[in-house]
Structure formats: C-alpha cells, structure tokens
Design a protein around this ligand. Sequence first.
Ligand code: SF4
Length: 242
Amino acid sequence: MQAHIEEVFNSIQGEGTHAGTRQVFVRFQQCQLHCSYCDTPGSRKVTGSCRIEKKTGAGDFYTVKNPVSRDLLIEAVQELWSPSTKHISLTGGEPLIHADFIREMDTEHPLYLETNSGLPDEARKIKDVIAIASCDIKLKEHDPTCHYDELLKNELETIAILNGSSETFVKIVILPETTKFSLSSAINGIASIDPCIPLILQPVTSDNRVPAALLFELMDHAAKKLKDVRVIPQTHKMIGLL
Ligand code: SF4
C-alpha cells in the first residue's frame, strides 16, 4: 500500500495536551477542507515528491517519489526515532483520507492522530490502532466548507468514535472574531458525548492577536458544560520549530 506524504521529520509537538512531547511527524497530503487560517496549505494538494529529514533539527531533507510505500515510511521513521521520541504523529493535510494506509502501517510505536474530524467512516476503520486522538472542531468563522452543519455533525461523530477507544481531546482554533455564540454548538456537542473530554482553545498564531479578555470569557463559557478547558497556543512556533 502507498500514500501521498508531504514530509517526515522529528520535532516537538507544539499543540494540545501533549505539547512538549517529542514525535516523528508524518504529514500526509490532501485535505477536504479549506480553513482560512491553514498553516500547511502546501500539504492540501497531491505532489510527486515527499521530503524526509536527514538529521533531526538540521533542516536538511532528501526527497523520494510519491506515493510512498509503507516499508519506506517505516524505515524513515526508524531512522528518525530517538530515545526521547514518544509517538508517530499522523498529521496533514488530513490523515484520515489515508485511513487504509494507516491501518497497514503496523508499527510498534504509538500513533498520535491529528485530524480535522470530518471523516467519521474513515475514523471507524482505524480507531483501534490510534493511541491518542487530537480532534479539531472547526467554527463557522474558520470558513472550512460550504456545508458547515454537516461538517459539525461529522466532527462530533468522529470524536465519539475515537473517544471510545483512544485518549481523546478536542482542539478549537480561536480567532479574534470568535464569540461565545459561535463556540456554543461545539461545546454542547462535546458535552453531549462526554463532559470530561479536554477542550483546548488554541488562539490563532497571527499578528492580529486574540485579546486575553476574550480567551478568559470563552474559557468560562465552555467550563459551564465541560470539566477540563485550557488555553494552549502553538508552542513550537515560539521556538522556531517545524
Ligand atoms: S483541516 Fe487542517 S490542513 Fe485542512 S485546511 Fe483546515 S487547517 Fe488546513
């Protein structure tokens, strides 16, 4: 089996409840959404080559042809593994587009899934091989799709599927224009699945900063329904990591 992959590298997870954890990142190509704040727009399309890091942190890569085979990927992951590395991060793009490939990876290393949560049927295929699931919920103001209500329904279904078998948390990117009102459907949806699922509010990384007062207001609003609400920015960008 083969998959279109954008890049493979070793770095430090900068988002969510496992921020600070060393991981080998496998960034898949293709995504079914088009969020306004997307920081990996290059990975949304299919290309003929994949870059693989030669040595961690050196900024040096070699390229291989796409699509990449399972064996070549596992060999690259092994080369980049280190004593402090804990997981393989499956990111993108949207990794669930490659659920059949992920299922066949068959690796000893724990899999950490970073998903936009929009493909519940694909999530169902791999729920038993995912150790940790970082599930996004998109807000209308992210402009992710023309069919927002359907996306939200799919996202909540995916979260319910993964929460049943993996350590799961939800991440929502907060824009300066986000309001209690625009966040409410997501909060109610998470609470209806399990109010103990951690919710991470991630202020968008931008020159146009999210005001602190808004973050406090949104945290308090979410905490009326959810037991674990945190604000965590993208920490890897603070230290210039991929
Ligand atoms: S889901 Fe992720 S990769 Fe896809 S457009 Fe949104 S931010 Fe970009």
